[in-house]
Design a protein around this ligand. Structure first.
Ligand SMILES: [Zn+2]
Length: 277
């Protein structure tokens, strides 16, 4: 070791110790550095804050309505024929479905996106997603993002996709992401409960698919300050609300907007939503 280098090493260690001893308020931070510190960014950020418009569509059931469906079930259901019409529209308008990881790379590192990027998300892991959505997306070479309530496949509930189906979809280009273990609303909860529901569902997905889930959706769009704090401590890169919006930024990672698709969302209304939000 050259004496000069040793001296600078010792100097660095001593100055680091000195700074640590100072009260926080005495350490001067330039405004830019201070704001950068308050911004929680996932690993791999290149230092540039970006704002990108990518519509994230939110579907629930895709298929036939049961005869006794109530108002909520009806609103959450898009028929197979309407869903095919939506996909046909996206195809003719040359939209390119991308994964949330592509969106994340674009926001974090400026990775290029295809023309007219769009994200197709499907909440709750209904069996429809395996029987109707997965083959429809595959036939067009589209990718989809599925937010899974992991207690449902844990219980082998036949109304929901199984772990074997989740694994198959994951292995065939679909993103299988976390939506808690029990679809618990995440506002007004304590730390342990939030970690159990959020990290628990992520770990189950990783255990069954071999792929870590970094994307999350709040059940019923419910969350509060504590939820956001816990999200920032977990390996969650992006968390989605049910709020309407298609503009995404590098730093606002845990309050991502989407476009809700209803039973009544015609192709014309889809077009309106894509052009105006
Ligand atoms: Zn849900």
């Amino acid at each position: 070791v050259k004496p000069g280098r040793l001296f600078s090493a010792v100097f660095l260690i001593l100055s680091a110790q000195f700074i640590r001893l100072l009260p926080i308020s005495v350490v001067h931070q330039p405004a830019q550095a201070a704001s950068a510190l308050s911004v929680q960014i996932a690993p791999g950020w290149d230092g540039t804050l970006r704002r990108i418009r990518v519509p994230v569509l939110m579907y629930h059931y895709v298929g036939d309505l049961p005869t006794n469906a109530d108002r909520i079930r009806t609103d959450l259901t898009v028929s197979s024929s309407l869903f095919r019409a939506h996909l046909q529209y996206l195809q003719t308008q040359r939209f390119t479905p991308i994964s949330l990881y592509q969106l994340e790379a674009a926001l974090q590192q400026g990775a290029p996106l295809p023309i007219r990027p769009i994200v197709l998300t499907f909440d709750d892991g209904y069996i429809d997603h395996y029987s109707n959505v997965f083959p429809a997306l595959q036939s067009l070479g589209y990718t989809g993002t599925f937010f899974i309530i992991t207690s449902r496949p844990d219980a082998n509930d036949s109304r929901y996709i199984s772990w074997a189906q989740i694994r198959e979809m994951s292995a065939n280009g679909m993103s299988m992401e976390a939506h808690t273990k029990n679809h618990a609303e995440l506002d007004q909860r304590d730390y342990d409960f939030l970690v159990y529901e959020m990290l628990g569902s992520m770990q189950s997905l990783e255990a069954y698919t071999g792929v870590m889930s970094h994307m999350f959706a709040y059940p019923v769009g419910r969350y509060d300050e504590t939820t956001l704090q816990v999200a920032a401590q977990l390996p969650i890169w992006r968390a989605f609300t049910t709020e309407l919006g298609s503009f995404h930024t590098t730093d606002n990672r845990f309050e991502m907007g989407r476009i809700r698709i209803h039973n009544t969302t015609t192709v014309g209304q889809l077009e309106f939503l894509l052009q105006n939000y």
